[in-house]
Write a new protein. Structure first.
Length: 71
């Protein structure tokens, strides 16, 4: 029996992790991957809090759906 090939990522949804409504709805948007942005889209005054929010956001990833990435 041959191993299944990995599914190609056709679309990625990149969003700021510090906007809760974006994170909560990300899995419903139909993208193959969700990228939680911690750099450009997060103001420097919110970076520390954004890092903590990643932990909460990754709990959503465990529910299935798209692959989640942090960057």
């Amino acid at each position: 029996m041959s191993a299944a090939l990995p599914r190609a990522r056709r679309s990625s949804l990149i969003l700021p992790v510090n906007v809760p409504r974006f994170v909560e709805k990300a899995a419903l948007r139909g993208a193959d991957a969700v990228v939680l942005d911690l750099e450009d889209s997060v103001p420097s005054t919110e970076k520390a809090n954004a890092r903590r929010l990643v932990r909460d956001a990754l709990a959503l990833a465990g529910r299935g759906g798209p692959r989640w990435w942090c960057g």
